[in-house]
Design a protein around this ligand. Structure first.
Ligand code: NAD
Ligand code: DAU
Length: 356
């Protein structure tokens, strides 16, 4: 069915990959990308597809209720895929205010616009509409050595970021139960792949390792994340929009738990093979530096993605090996993109965070 999709945050890491997927695979869908272009959003990431028919970019804030209402009316939006967020845990620790504003107030603003447009009395359009809220596994807190997060796991957010995402999930559910808004929620594990801003672990390590700079590993490097190639996440979201049951949450993950130190060592080894060791002849592993731990650092995340597999037939296509191979090659072939996003504000952030 033809859809008119409002993608929020379509210039960020996952949003860009999702917009590219839609423009390639759903050519009859209209895609309206609303993005504020914060430090994490980059128009260069959509180079080559920005003139595709059916694609429109709007620079704006999801908290701007007049703008959002206008977009719903003007484009007759029937589907929302809501990525826009402040997404970096470390930034939420040093400056939580923006997280409350964008992640909670912004989600509320979108829900209100959808409610007013889709649930107008007598119009009965809402059956055809979907509001997909892209959330995170971090809402569930931290696991011990065993166990998995399921859709039934109680919420236990432990950083300002995950608390703000949890709040937005609760608002989305409330709009389903109270008003009957046709919502869906996805809670995904750590993504990696092309176009990720270099303040997150994998692109940060790749960039520093290529430049011969220290590779900061928080604490003992033993924290575990469940890594998923971004393309698999985007395909899961498309599947949930088309076939998900309204009012439900779907956990998405890669069955791919790795300790942070393992990930960093793997990246060093891959670069040593692909571009050769450091000038000194040493492996890039010699750059690994254990630094002060993140405050409240969640120890382990791991997703049980059984529900989306059973109900919607989604499983990841990429293994960690195939996904990492594609990712490292992409960063090696797109050094110009990396340079273009590391502007003055990135360098200031990096110095404040890591000291040099
Ligand atoms: P990102 O930080 O790379 O991108 C966020 C995008 O949102 C940017 O383009 C930014 O400009 C835009 N944005 C921020 N505030 C805005 C506002 N007020 N109005 C309009 N646009 C705004 O984030 P990401 O890693 O692509 O994550 C996207 C979504 O997926 C987030 O909601 C995040 O919580 C969720 N998520 C991310 C991961 C992950 O591993 N990256 C995993 C699970 C869920
Ligand atoms: O689990 C899903 C979440 O994954 C998403 O909701 C978030 O938006 C996304 O940013 C990501 O959060 P993390 O905090 O897990 O990602 P990050 O890349 O910041 O860190 C991954 C792990 O690596 C984490 O345990 C902290 C550690 N780390 C991170 C950085 C930036 C380091 O050891 N050194 C670093 O320099």
């Amino acid at each position: 069915m033809v859809k008119t999709v409002l993608v929020t945050g379509g210039c960020g890491f996952i949003g860009v990959n999702f917009v590219r997927l839609l423009l390639a695979n759903h050519k009859d869908w209209q895609v309206i990308n609303l993005d504020k272009l914060t430090y994490a959003g980059n128009l260069q990431s959509l180079a080559g597809v920005e003139n595709e028919p059916g694609y429109t970019f709007i620079r704006g804030d999801i908290c701007d209720s007049a703008l959002v209402a206008d977009l719903f009316e003007k484009y007759q939006i029937d589907t929302v895929v809501h990525f826009a967020a402040e997404s970096h845990v470390d930034r939420s620790i040093t400056g939580p205010a923006e997280f409350i504003q964008t992640n909670i107030v912004g989600t509320f603003t979108l829900l209100e616009a959808a409610r007013k447009q889709w649930l107008r009395e007598g119009e009965g359009r809402s059956d055809l509409c979907r509001f997909l809220h892209v959330s995170t596994d971090e809402v569930y807190g931290s696991l011990g050595k065993t166990g998995y997060f399921t859709e039934e796991t109680s919420y236990d957010p432990r950083s300002p970021y995950s608390a703000s995402k949890s709040s937005s999930d609760h608002l989305v559910r409330a709009y389903f139960h109270t008003y009957g808004l046709p919502v869906l929620i996805t809670n995904c594990s750590n993504n990696y792949g092309p176009y990720q801003f270099p303040e997150k672990l994998i692109p940060l390590v790749l960039n520093n390792a290529l430049q011969g700079r220290e590779l900061p590993v928080y604490g003992d490097g033993g924290n575990v994340r469940d890594w998923l190639y971004v393309r698999d996440h985007c395909e899961a979201i498309a599947r949930v929009i088309e076939n998900g049951t309204v009012g439900q949450s779907y956990n998405i993950g890669g069955h791919n738990e790795k300790k942070n130190l393992e990930v960093v060592e793997l990246l060093c080894d891959m670069l040593d093979v692909k571009v050769g060791p450091l000038k000194s002849g040493e492996s890039r592993r010699s750059l690994i530096t254990f630094v002060k731990d993140r405050l409240g650092h969640d120890r382990r995340y791991a997703i049980d993605a059984g529900k989306i597999a059973e109900e919607l037939g989604w499983t990841p296509k990429f293994t960690f090996e195939t996904g990492m191979e594609k990712t490292v090659d992409w960063y090696l072939n797109n050094r110009a993109w990396m340079e273009s996003v590391m502007d003055g504000s990135y360098r200031k952030y990096y110095e404040e965070m890591y000291g040099s």
